[in-house]
Design a binder for this molecule. Structure first.
Ligand SMILES: NC(=O)C1=CN([C@@H]2O[C@H](COP(=O)(O)OP(=O)(O)OC[C@H]3O[C@@H](n4cnc5c(N)ncnc54)[C@H](O)[C@@H]3O)[C@@H](O)[C@H]2O)C=CC1
Ligand SMILES: O=C(O)C(=O)Cc1ccc(O)cc1
Length: 305
């Protein structure tokens, strides 16, 4: 058939399981892009669903995640990491039983536990499962914080396996591009190691710093006199504690390595301060400034400030 008269693939029906910051933002982005057919939603909290309907984030509520297997082309699990593993296990088992060909993908911040669950359950990650992770978000939670532009000019990482269906990978990639993101593929182990260093460690450090100061007898004064630097460094300590407990436990190995590397460097820096070794301090601070400036330049080329 000549290309010009090829029928266009209809926009997929997308089911969002977990109507929070990420699920709500993805639904809004797809609606704004006109790239979803019907948008279905499901959440264990009834008020999240009610708000999702009221704000036209979704078109229709599902009573349970399993209903999505028969009604959606693409199911996106947008729940905390541990809940995502349980849902993925249940939905893939049910899909095998019913013969559903729905594509299942997710947004969880750690991929290793989900992959391991699939290997234990099915011996492989099923061909219609494409694990993913948008590298965009905020310290806020819930559908009330959702916005359609959240993923614009950000990356989404997908971690396809050797047996992943090519059309499932293409459809999930298309979904994220429609939401404004650029898609990159990598191995699950690479994803978890890189994100441990760039995302999970900074969150642990921010929580740890704020908690250390809050516990100090002078905590009230410290916060009263804190400036912009403190605010910038610690914004992410306002993130959801349950989500970050899940992330820390799910990425235990890679996160411990990142913490150990950091702790070693901090001890070296402490020794330089103790010894009055200004040259060592200058060397570290200069190298860090150069690296941070390059990061800012990279962000600027991607349209972010
Ligand atoms: N917050 C962020 O900046 C980012 C978060 N992520 C990942 O996205 C996922 C969702 O995070 P957020 O949207 O921030 O969380 P959120 O707390 O805003 O939303 C999660 C929603 O899932 C619902 N939920 C929990 N368990 C459920 C279950 N078993 N069935 C149905 N609904 C359930 C909750 O009621 C809540 O409405 C997490 O896995 C997180 O690691 C990924 C990128 C960025
Ligand atoms: O608030 C921020 O700046 C974040 O770092 C958002 C974020 C949180 C979790 C992720 O898995 C990815 C991005």
């Amino acid at each position: 058939m000549p290309l010009a008269v090829m029928p266009e693939k209809p926009a997929p029906t997308v089911a969002i399981i977990g109507l929070g910051l990420i699920g709500g933002s993805l639904a809004l982005a797809l609606r704004e892009a006109g790239e979803a057919g019907e948008l279905l939603g499901c959440d264990k909290q009834a008020d999240a669903v009610a708000e999702g309907i009221a704000r036209r984030v979704i078109d229709r509520a599902l009573q349970s995640p399993r209903e999505a297997l028969a009604q959606a082309d693409i199911i996106v699990l947008c729940v905390p990491t541990m809940a995502a593993a349980d849902l993925l296990a249940d939905l893939t088992q049910e899909a095998a039983r019913t013969g559903s060909s729905a594509i299942i993908t997710d947004v969880a911040s750690v991929k290793g536990g989900l992959e391991a669950r699939m290997l234990a359950q099915h011996g492989c990650v099923p061909p219609r499962v494409v694990l993913g992770h948008p590298i965009a978000g905020s310290e806020r939670s819930g559908v009330g914080a959702a916005r359609g532009g959240l993923f614009r000019d950000h990356l989404t990482i997908l971690t396809p396996a050797e047996n992943t269906d090519a059309d499932a990978l293409a459809d999930v990639s298309h979904l994220w591009r429609a939401a404004g993101a650029s898609v990159v593929c990598m191995a699950v182990s690479t994803h978890d190691r890189v994100l441990a260093a760039t995302s999970h460690l900074p969150h642990v450090l921010a929580y740890c710093l704020v908690d250390t100061l809050a516990r100090s007898p002078h905590g009230d004064d410290v916060f009263r006199f804190a400036a912009g630097g403190f605010r910038d460094f610690t914004r992410i300590a306002s993130s959801d504690p349950v989500m970050w407990r899940d992330v820390a436990l799910a990425n235990r190995g890679a996160l411990l390595e990142a913490i150990d590397d950091f702790a070693q460097h901090l001890i070296t820096l402490r020794a330089a301060i103790d010894a009055g070794d200004g040259d060592a301090l200058l060397q570290t601070f200069t190298a860090a400034k150069t690296a941070r400036d390059s990061f800012s330049a990279l962000q600027a080329t991607r349209g972010r400030s």
